[in-house]
Design a protein around this ligand. Structure first.
Ligand SMILES: NC(=O)c1ccc[n+]([C@@H]2O[C@H](COP(=O)([O-])OP(=O)(O)OC[C@H]3O[C@@H](n4cnc5c(N)ncnc54)[C@H](O)[C@@H]3O)[C@@H](O)[C@H]2O)c1
Ligand SMILES: N/C(=C\C=C\C=O)C(=O)O
Length: 489
């Protein structure tokens, strides 16, 4: 989308928008146009943000009661609601996603995240234990939750506002102050959120926003900063590993939501049409740029040919279009750089012996979209379980479909991965569903659905997919320190 005079996206530190000397371009992945210039935080900028966050802990924020904080978070949610279409426009400009997705998922969840953690903080209980003592008078133990302190937040570009607020909301609900860095690929909605925070009356220094890249930029300056007390990160597994090293000397607590190579399993007794529709969603939603997407699809041999034919037909019917086009199913990838990565796997798949059932290249539109970062949704068969395309996270609109014969075999094959984030099982035999679900080594299993979310549940992965859990009281456990107080009666 053309922008005559690109805006300048600035940092938000101590309640003020501040610039920095260097900037980088924010490019629209629909047509390659310049959306904005974005300030790049240097070490001094990050220092200033950490100082402001530390100071705010000792100010009115630190004295605020839980109900007062919760009320403020609801005001932030109200503020996002009041500027809903601006947030939609910001998210769509940065990512090229369908407008209907930005409305129904991204911005809606930004509001829900603030509301759910405001309510959770207000209603969460703590523990108490009465204990007998030798003198017969007993003692009372009770736990209290205290803020961790200054929390560093680093988020990815694939669901920008959703994943940014999924960390900011509980961190603030627990009484912390934050320095939050969105991805360099998707800075716009976070910048709008800073305005909403200011207008809602969040005290200066409580929420600080810094823009920039990772290595040798804002991200790394933040993770290495002695002044943060904890670091929460969502992004690639290898980045998580680098961040773990960066915080190790300070023994800082980390929460990691990382990569995945998730499986969908269609058993012979599945509702066929539901499974086809579900696998289409879990393969191509958000152009496959969701950590929960199914890049590995396993179908019982008895259904395999029919299932592949059905997926082929539906994939070729997907409407790949501008974000605001009527009935659009899929937009571009986030950037030309990411498109190059996905296309390198499209080429690799051929070298590894894939049969291309559908897609495998770049669509030609004959309009501005040819300057965007579009790729064809792609379906493969014929690859081995140990091919790079069936073991490495591609993070694009692609899935590989393989046949299987029995339950024991498929449990072994699904678990044979260095990742362990999510899995979707399609079967009408619910005994089988419960039996298999608990044997899949992941953090999240969906049965006869995909990406259905209750925000009270634990969210996270095992192995290279992450450390810790977010959601409900699991977030409270990360964003607060629990102390036990024992009183002799
Ligand atoms: N498990 C989950 O909940 C979840 C959710 C969304 C995305 N993801 C994963 O995120 C990845 C896609 O997102 P991405 O490309 O933005 O990931 P990424 O790791 O490249 O970047 C994520 C964020 O980390 C920053 N960063 C990069 N290197 C850094 C470093 N050395 N130190 C500090 N900060 C650094 C980036 O600037 C960005 O803000 C995929 O692997 C996807 O699976 C996981
Ligand atoms: N954390 C969540 C989604 C993660 C999506 C990954 O791309 C959520 O829905 O809360």
């Amino acid at each position: 989308m053309k922008s005559d005079t690109p805006v300048l996206l600035r940092h938000f530190i101590n309640g003020e928008f501040v610039s920095s000397a260097s900037t980088f371009d924010n490019i629209c992945p629909v047509d390659g146009s310049l959306i904005a210039k974005v300030c790049e935080a240097d070490q001094a900028t990050v220092d200033a943000a950490v100082t402001a966050a530390r100071k705010a802990l000792d100010g009115p924020w630190g004295q605020m009661s839980v109900p007062q904080r919760a009320q403020l978070l609801h005001k932030v949610a109200d503020g996002i609601q009041a500027r809903f279409e601006e947030f939609v426009a910001a998210e769509v400009a940065d990512t090229g996603r369908p407008v209907h997705q930005a409305r129904s998922l991204d911005i809606a969840r930004g509001i829900a995240n603030f509301r759910s953690f405001a309510d959770l903080a207000s209603t969460a209980n703590t523990d108490a234990y009465e204990m007998p003592t030798a003198d017969g008078l007993g003692a009372l133990n009770y736990t209290v939750r205290k803020p961790v302190g200054v929390v560093g937040i680093i988020s990815p570009w694939n669901l920008p506002l959703l994943l940014f607020t999924w960390k900011v909301a509980p961190a603030l609900a627990c009484g912390n102050t934050v320095i939050a860095k969105p991805s360099e690929e998707s800075p716009s909605s976070a910048s709008l959120l800073a305005e909403v925070m200011r207008d809602a009356g969040v005290p200066p220094g409580v929420f600080n926003l810094i823009h920039g890249h990772g290595v040798n930029s804002a991200g790394e300056f933040l993770t290495r900063h002695a002044g943060i007390d904890a670091l929460t990160f969502t992004g690639e597994s290898r980045t998580g590993s680098a961040i773990m090293k960066a915080v190790a000397d300070g023994v800082k607590e980390v929460s990691f939501e990382l990569g995945g190579k998730n499986a969908a399993v269609v058993f012979e007794d599945a509702d066929f049409d539901a499974a086809v529709a579900g696998v289409m969603r879990s393969s191509f939603t958000n152009s496959g740029q969701v950590c929960l997407c199914s890049e590995r699809v396993y179908v019982h041999r008895s259904l395999f040919d029919k299932f592949v034919a059905a997926i082929k037909q539906k994939t070729e019917a997907l409407k790949i279009d501008f974000p605001d086009a009527e009935g659009v199913d899929m937009g571009p990838l986030i950037s030309h750089g990411h498109r190059d990565k996905v296309l390198s796997y499209y080429r690799l798949a051929l070298e590894e012996g894939a049969t291309v059932v559908s897609g495998g290249g770049v669509p030609h539109f004959g309009d501005a979209r040819d300057q965007g970062a579009y790729v064809q949704p792609t379906v493969w068969t014929g690859l081995s379980d140990d091919a790079r395309c069936t073991t490495e996270e591609i993070f694009g609109p692609v899935c590989h479909i393989a046949p299987f014969d029995d339950e024991e075999e498929i449990i072994r094959r699904v678990n044979d991965s260095k990742y362990g984030l999510a899995c979707a099982l399609w079967t009408t035999n619910l005994s089988r569903a419960h039996r298999v679900a608990r044997r899949i080594h992941v953090g999240l299993v969906w049965v006869n659905t995909w990406y259905l979310r209750d925000l009270r549940t634990p969210f996270g992965g095992v192995k290279l997919s992450g450390l810790g859990r977010e959601g409900g009281r699991y977030s409270l456990d990360f964003y607060s320190d629990v102390a036990n107080i024992c009183v002799k009666l």
